[in-house]
Design a binder for this molecule. Structure first.
Ligand SMILES: C[S@@+](CC[C@H](N)C(=O)[O-])C[C@H]1O[C@@H](n2cnc3c(N)ncnc32)[C@H](O)[C@@H]1O
Length: 354
């Protein structure tokens, strides 16, 4: 159907859209057209004489015309919006409000009460987010030495391998075989910004290398990246080829418990990253031996209720004492991400003096 429209030279585009918007004249459900040097803006109604005079006095070559316009496709904004005709109100209230996106794979936690809707929920998620091609549902908590969880494919193409981009880096990830969290992206960036050229960095639990790679992307450094999971180390090797790095990253398939042995010396590193929050305290003595005086340990742990950062700090002080550390200063402490109700991952940066 033809509708009223205003045709004007493109150079006035932004100004007239704002002007017509203030008069509440623009048809928001139709697409604006561009023809040669002109734009044609669809209107919801014919402007009054007074409105037309206003328009023509501000935009001298503007014309009122009739034209055909395509509908704007409006994407649903939530899973609940897609599923409102399929579920009861109480079921809609149980729907998860958030999910993780790694590359083009989404990972969602579906409450047991909604398990019969899991495929519908997966399809709805893909409608809400056009980037998502595959949806997995969480089947277990993160567990085991490799820190992975069981997943069930519920929608889209079956593929567990994807390429995740953040802060100018790209990481190849297999969500069924390695740990990866997109929620740590700012934390990685925060750490990478602190690193200076010439540093020796040890990433004790590197996974596919997101910390190591982001650090070597921005600085001319040597990064030693250790992990026990052979799949993670294989992907780290691939990721080194995918990213143009300023520094060097050396992947090591090994147990971080023998780090000092690996390097055959103590006080070797300017910076150590310990992203194994549930058990990094068990490796702190090794990290303390490996770090230079004045070097930094980026320590991660889980902490609960009340003031999680303060709790984590008090626990850390005890562990440092057990490791024989006499002199240290804390350069930063922050909550990184919630991992369960009332439970947080906390990051503490420790400067060690020997
Ligand atoms: C929480 S993930 C962190 C991975 C990576 N740093 C990241 O941010 O994506 C911990 C990693 O530590 C590895 N890991 C667990 N125990 C280890 C050990 N004793 N020595 C070396 N790596 C270990 C696991 O395989 C896993 O990839």
């Amino acid at each position: 159907m033809m509708i009223e429209a205003i045709k004007v030279r493109r150079v006035y585009g932004e100004k007239i859209i704002e002007f017509l918007g203030r008069l509440n004249l623009i048809h928001r459900g139709k697409k604006i057209k561009k023809v040669d040097d002109f734009i044609i803006i669809p209107l919801i109604r014919k402007p009054s004489e007074e409105e037309l005079n206003l328009i023509f006095s501000h935009f001298q070559d503007a014309q009122l015309c009739m034209d055909f316009f395509e509908d704007k496709f409006s994407r649903p904004r939530s899973i609940a919006e897609v599923l409102r005709d399929f579920m009861s109100k109480s079921e809609l209230n149980l729907l998860p409000k958030s999910f993780d996106i790694i590359g083009d794979i989404a990972i969602i936690e579906i409450p047991p009460e909604l398990s019969s809707f899991k495929h519908l929920i997966g399809e709805a998620l893909m409608k809400v987010n056009s980037k998502v091609k595959t949806v997995f549902a969480k089947k277990s908590a993160i567990n085991g030495v490799f820190r992975i969880r069981e997943l069930e494919h519920i929608a889209g193409v079956f593929s567990s391998v994807t390429f995740h981009r953040e802060y100018g880096c790209v990481f190849k990830v297999d969500v069924l075989k390695v740990y990866f969290s997109p929620r740590l992206s700012f934390e990685r960036y925060r750490v990478a910004r602190q690193v200076r050229d010439g540093e020796i960095v040890v990433d004790m639990f590197s996974g596919v290398g997101p910390f190591s790679i982001m650090i070597a992307k921005y600085s001319q450094v040597d990064v030693y990246s250790i992990d026990l999971n052979p799949c993670a180390v294989a992907l780290l090797n691939e990721n080194l080829r995918l990213n143009k790095l300023r520094g060097w990253v050396y992947p090591i398939l090994s147990d971080a418990n023998y780090t000092v042995n690996l390097f055959r010396c103590e006080s070797f590193a300017d910076r150590i990253i310990m992203n194994l929050p549930e058990s990094s305290h068990l490796f702190l003595d090794e990290a303390v031996r490996l770090v230079k005086s004045g070097g930094i340990i980026h320590y991660y742990c889980f902490s609960g209720d009340g003031d999680p950062v303060k709790r984590a700090y008090l626990k850390l002080v005890e562990i440092l004492e057990e490791c024989g550390v006499k002199d240290f200063s804390i350069t930063s402490m922050r909550k990184v991400k919630p991992i369960a109700p009332y439970k947080w991952q906390v990051a503490i940066d420790i400067k060690i003096f020997k």
